[in-house]
Design a protein around this ligand. Structure first.
Ligand code: CIR
Length: 255
C-alpha cells in the first residue's frame, strides 16, 4: 500500500518563511481548496492519504517533506535549518513511528527533506541555507549500512535541492541548470530542462508512472509530455507563493 502523509494548511501561512521569493498575499481559502485537490489527486494516483492536523503556530507545517526522509529501511527525522520549523518535528515523528524504524539528525546538524533526492541507491544531498555539512554527514552515516551512497552538491540560488532538480521517471530528471550543476547526475540519466521562462518548474512529484506538476508551468509541462511523461497538472498558486512546490506537501512511501 502506498501512503502519503500530508498536513493541513496553517491559518498563519501568511507568516511562512521566505528566502528567494518576495512576500505576496496568500488567499487562505484558496490555499486550503488547492491543498484538498492535491490530496484528492494523490488518492487518484493510488495513495492512502493520512492528513495530520493543521497548526496555527506553525506557518510552514503543510510542507511535511522537509521534516523527514522516508526510505524503505528507515525514516530519518530531520532537524530543519529554519528554527521556526523545528517544532513541526514531534507530530511527524509520532506518525512515522507507525511505519518505520527511525533515526534522527541531531545538533549541530541541520537537514531538510527538500534537500534530499533519492536516485535508487544514490542519495544526493543539497548543501543549502537549510542543510549543513554536518547534517549531510549524519544522513550518510545513517544510510551507509543499508548500501546507500551519499553525495553532496552546493545549492545557493534556490531554497532546496529539489527546487532545482527532481526525478520524473526512473531514468529521467527535470532540472533547472541555472540553479544546479547537472554534473552530479550520471551519464545514463536522461535530462529534461525546464523552459527558461519557468525557472521554478523543476519541482515535480513522481508517483508511479505519473508526475504531479504545477499548472503554472505549461511550457515545461509540454516538454515533459513530449518526452512521454504522464503529467497531472494541478493549481497550487498559493503554495508557490509560500516558496513551496508539489514535492513539499507530502511524504509518499510504501507501507
Ligand atoms: C520554507 O521556507 O521553509 C517554506 N516556506 C517552504 C518550504 C518548501 N519546502 C520544500 O521545497 N521542500
Amino acid at each position: 500500500m502506498r501512503v502519503a502523509i500530508t498536513r493541513g494548511i496553517s491559518p498563519r501561512m501568511d507568516r511562512c518563511e521566505l528566502t528567494h521569493v518576495e512576500r505576496q498575499e496568500i488567499d487562505l481559502e484558496r490555499a486550503i481548496a488547492q491543498h484538498q485537490s492535491y490530496e484528492t489527486l494523490l488518492e487518484d494516483l493510488g495513495c492512502e492519504v493520512r492528513c495530520l492536523r493543521a497548526s496555527p503556530d506553525l506557518p510552514d507545517s503543510v510542507f511535511v517533506e522537509d521534516t523527514a526522509v522516508v526510505m524503505d529501511e528507515i525514516a530519518i527525522i530531520t532537524r530543519p535549518g529554519a528554527p521556526s520549523r523545528q517544532a513541526e518535528i514531534p507530530e511527524i515523528t509520532a506518525e512515522l513511528a507507525l511505519h518505520r524504524p527511525m533515526a534522527q539528525i541531531t545538533v549541530p546538524g541541520t537537514l531538510e527533506g527538500g534537500d534530499i533526492l533519492v536516485m535508487d541507491r544514490r542519495v544526493i544531498v543539497g548543501l543549502s541555507s537549510r542543510t549543513n555539512a554536518c547534517g549531510a554527514r549524519q544522513a550518510a552515516d545513517i544510510l551507509r549500512p543499508f548500501g546507500y551512497e551519499v553525495v553532496t552538491v552546493p545549492i545557493e540560488k534556490c531554497l532546496h535541492l529539489k527546487s532545482a532538480v527532481t526525478r520524473v521517471a526512473t531514468d529521467t530528471i527535470l532540472v533547472n541548470r541555472a540553479w544546479i550543476d547537472a554534473g552530479a547526475f550520471t551519464g545514463e540519466t536522461r535530462i529534461i530542462d525546464v523552459d527558461p521562462a519557468e525557472p521554478f518548474a523543476a519541482n515535480a512529484l513522481q508517483i508511479g508512472e505519473s508526475v504531479v506538476f504545477p499548472a503554472a508551468y505549461p511550457r515545461t509541462a509540454d516538454r515533459l509530455n513530449q518526452a512521454g511523461i504522464r503529467v497531472r497538472p494541478i493549481d497550487v498558486s498559493e503554495i508557490l507563493k509560500a516558496e513551496g512546490g508539489v514535492t513539499c506537501c507530502s511524504l509518499v512511501f510504501e507501507a
